[in-house]
Design a protein around this ligand. Structure first.
Ligand code: DGL
Length: 264
């Protein structure tokens, strides 16, 4: 059982930013990444749709024998994690915008959150926001269109920069000194965001999810005892050729793309 893979899913390739942290913290674990690229972006879709997809993806991952599940998507965590935890008995770890570390770090007491519209309107996010809003002013902005550009097989740096400027500049003008990347896709373009954000500090879930996963696996005696580095499989509901182009851009390691029929 302890050598069984950990399942990690996202609406697309955004969760690779979380996967990287998991590989660093738990290098001996076998990992199975599932990109629901046929349905990305999740941001503008309703909660019912995201819950249904999250169930479908979890069932696929369970059929592959995963021992734990990481919902490497803020939008799916907000919409579906409670439902997944009620239905399935394995450890399930999600990701949410890192407002707490941002609030601790901010000197101007103005923190920005860039996330999908689905995350921003969710009850889970509103609750998180309200926990910190007496300590810092929290500016929220939906990154509409960013996930589409990140998932596009051809890069479009000018369009990306224009959108980032449009979203980040007004928050800077309002005194933001710390920006939370509240969507796992945005961490993949951190360098471009830093260029636009200038002196603003950038905070994302980083390795926090991986550390939480390691704690949960240790508690349940599920840590891998493999003597060698674990294997990584990449599965998608989308088109394999597109995924290969994206992996070249964002992952920089050889990976076989599996695109089973019936997952879309
Ligand atoms: N990467 C996801 C997130 O963290 C979802 C992006 C999307 O599909 O809209 O929110």
């Amino acid at each position: 059982m302890s050598s069984a893979p950990i399942g990690v899913f996202d609406s697309g390739i955004g969760g690779l930013s979380i996967l990287r942290g998991i590989q660093q913290v738990l290098p001996q674990e076998n990992l199975l990444y599932l990109a629901d690229s046929a349905h990305a972006p999740y941001g503008p879709k309703g909660e019912a749709f995201i819950r249904a997809r999250s169930q479908r993806l979890t069932e696929f991952l369970l059929s592959e024998g995963v021992k734990a599940l990481v919902v490497a998507c803020n939008t799916a965590t907000a919409a579906a994690i409670a439902d997944l935890r009620a239905r399935y008995r394995l450890p399930i770890i999600g990701v949410e915008p890192a407002i707490k570390p941002a609030a601790e770090q901010s000197l101007s007491r103005v923190v920005g959150v860039l996330a999908t519209s689905g995350t921003i309107v969710s009850d889970k996010f509103i609750h998180l926001h309200d926990r910190f809003s007496d300590r810092v002013q929290i500016l929220t902005r939906a990154g509409t269109g960013l996930v589409e550009l990140i998932e596009q097989p051809e890069e479009d740096p000018a369009a990306l920069q224009a959108l980032l400027q449009q979203y980040i500049a007004p928050m800077r003008e309002q005194g933001m000194d710390t920006l939370v990347l509240g969507c796992t896709h945005y961490s993949l373009i951190r360098a471009q965001i830093e260029q636009v954000a200038g002196t603003v500090g950038i905070v994302d879930a980083g390795t926090a999810v991986a550390r939480e996963l390691a704690r949960r696996l240790a508690d349940q005696g599920l840590l891998s005892r493999l003597p060698a580095p674990g294997q990584l499989r990449f599965v998608t509901s989308g088109a394999a050729a597109v995924q290969r182009a994206l992996l070249q851009r964002y992952w920089h390691q050889e990976l076989v793309v599996e695109a089973p029929t019936g997952l879309a």
